[in-house]
Write a protein that binds this ligand. Structure first.
Ligand code: DX5
Ligand code: ZN
Length: 233
């Protein structure tokens, strides 16, 4: 099947040098990244802690394109405005983060931002059907959230296919997050994903001073995904 949505590569700065976020964001964009994916973790919803809205605001001027903020926090609602003011373009919240995901998505849209809905590997897509008019993106976690560099969970491919069928022609991205490599990118793209988050597979082998490996890594992911879906020219 040939899909008409271009593949987007979204490097996750979880695998970047935390002391050089600005330079890292500029480097991956210069090397071909479509979006920059920003992982916010609270040590409560997930076992790891990263950073909050102040860091997002500091990073923002260094990103020319889309800042894709993935909130792995609970509760979410009290913090939405802070991440909106920090300059996020997309704010993604987890279905599992609280009892009122519809309210959360409404609040994200009301903040003027695009709304994303993330699903942990153990979560089905039943609820998504009731939220399709609320979301701009569904993020399928292909690892348990909290850490970079984990192994891709293959059982999620069926979920991606089911989601693609559910979404149909609606303008909703399917984003994949976790364990995306040149080996797994073709699988998720063929299943119907169009946004591929990748941390370790983008940042390995490079640095802001020597970013050519970032470009090679991004091209390898994009080519693998495009070939699998007949998008490659
Ligand atoms: C995991 C994060 C991911 C992570 C992906 O909880 O949401 O964005 O950085 O890392 P890789 O690509 O290394 O699996
Ligand atoms: Zn993420």
């Amino acid at each position: 099947m040939t899909l008409d949505r271009p593949i987007k590569i979204a490097p996750s700065i979880l695998s970047a040098d935390f002391a050089a976020f600005g330079a890292e964001c500029a480097a991956v964009e210069a090397q071909g990244a479509d979006w920059v994916h920003v992982d916010v973790m609270d040590g409560h919803f997930v076992p790891n802690i990263t950073f909050g809205p102040a860091t997002c605001a500091a990073i923002r001027p260094h990103i020319k394109g889309v800042m894709d903020v993935h909130l792995m926090i609970a509760p979410v609602d009290p913090h939405i405005d802070a991440f909106a003011e920090a300059g996020a373009d997309i704010i993604t919240a987890h279905l599992e983060a609280g009892p009122h995901i519809h309210r959360t998505l409404q609040a994200i849209r009301n903040s003027g931002k695009k709304a994303g809905l993330a699903l942990n590997p153990g979560t089905g897509i039943d609820a998504v059907g009731h939220l399709l008019d609320m979301v701009d993106l569904v993020c399928v976690m292909t690892v348990n959230p909290g850490f970079g560099g984990q192994k891709f969970i293959h059982s999620q491919l069926d979920k991606i296919r089911a989601l693609r069928a559910l979404i149909g022609d609606r303008p909703i991205h399917i984003e994949i997050d976790g364990g995306v490599t040149p080996q797994t990118a073709p699988l998720v793209a063929a299943a119907g994903a169009d946004v591929l988050v990748a941390g370790s597979a983008v940042f390995r082998g490079g640095s802001p001073d020597d970013p050519t490996a970032y470009g090679e890594n991004i091209r390898a992911l994009r080519t693998a995904a495009e070939v699998a879906t007949g998008r490659a020219t």
